[in-house]
Design a protein around this ligand. Sequence first.
Ligand SMILES: Nc1ncnc2c1ncn2[C@@H]1O[C@H](COP(=O)(O)OP(=O)(O)OP(=O)(O)O)[C@@H](O)[C@H]1O
Ligand SMILES: [Mg+2]
Length: 269
Amino acid sequence: MSRDFPLAHLLEVRDLSRSFGGIHAVEALSFGVTQGGITGLIGPNGAGKTTVFNLITGVYRPTAGTIRMNGFDLTEKRPHEIVRAGVSRTFQNIRLFNRMTCLENVMVPLFARGSSALGAFFRTPFVRKEEKQAREAALAVMDRMGLVEAAHRPASTLPYGLQRKLEIARALACGLSIQGPRLLLLDEPAAGMNDAETRELGEVILKVQKDFGVTMMLIEHHIDLVMAICTHVVVMDRGSLLAEGPPQEIRNDERVVAAYLGRPKKKRI
Ligand SMILES: Nc1ncnc2c1ncn2[C@@H]1O[C@H](COP(=O)(O)OP(=O)(O)OP(=O)(O)O)[C@@H](O)[C@H]1O
Ligand SMILES: [Mg+2]
């Protein structure tokens, strides 16, 4: 497959490195994320994939290198500034507010942006109006993701697959007011899912991309999911870039097969 025109990169990572003591978790890594696409980030356990997300979102500062989003330098920015630039994420291990309802979970990033603690305590008209707007916006996101029926259930009572979906809804809510392009980072959203659940999640991700017009990066070990929905795949091994390209090319890349995918089992006669 050939790319016959240059595609615009929403995110550009250049020579990115991060060490923890003597461990080079990410080492001189460069790649681009095409706007409007789904970029898969794959590689063996410990390859550095989650560290890349932690660097993009400002959880960790890079030891070296740059991260640019839509032309802006995110490299030294704080996590909340990076959220404001349009980046939101989900986590490898689900991180929901378990005792809150699903609706409240999705409202968290939408609510109390401009209000003071005192205003919130006395529930001033400003706070009530802000809360109403947040509720409506959260419900609209949940509606598109088929989560409205669960709105008033505590998050912890949802089946695992729906909790994953709820985390995606919350990440989407995080950047609702942002005018520019948005980047959604999903860290192993299909972890622990069976094949049918994984396929369904793939449909949800494609729907989210279409409905919300977000650019996505997807870390996944479910290779079939990556091959089915990603427009581009970046492969890491031991902190570095091993290969990148369209899914079919990656599937057949000798280095990727040797380091990560393994050879398809021969059929027994
Ligand atoms: N905060 C940290 N302190 C020390 N070492 C870390 C830290 N975060 C990550 N590492 C190390 O960096 C390397 C890359 O870890 P990372 O979690 O990014 O891998 P991964 O590709 O996401 O793996 P997996 O597929 O298992 O989730 C590992 O050796 C890990 O132990
Ligand atoms: Mg990880």
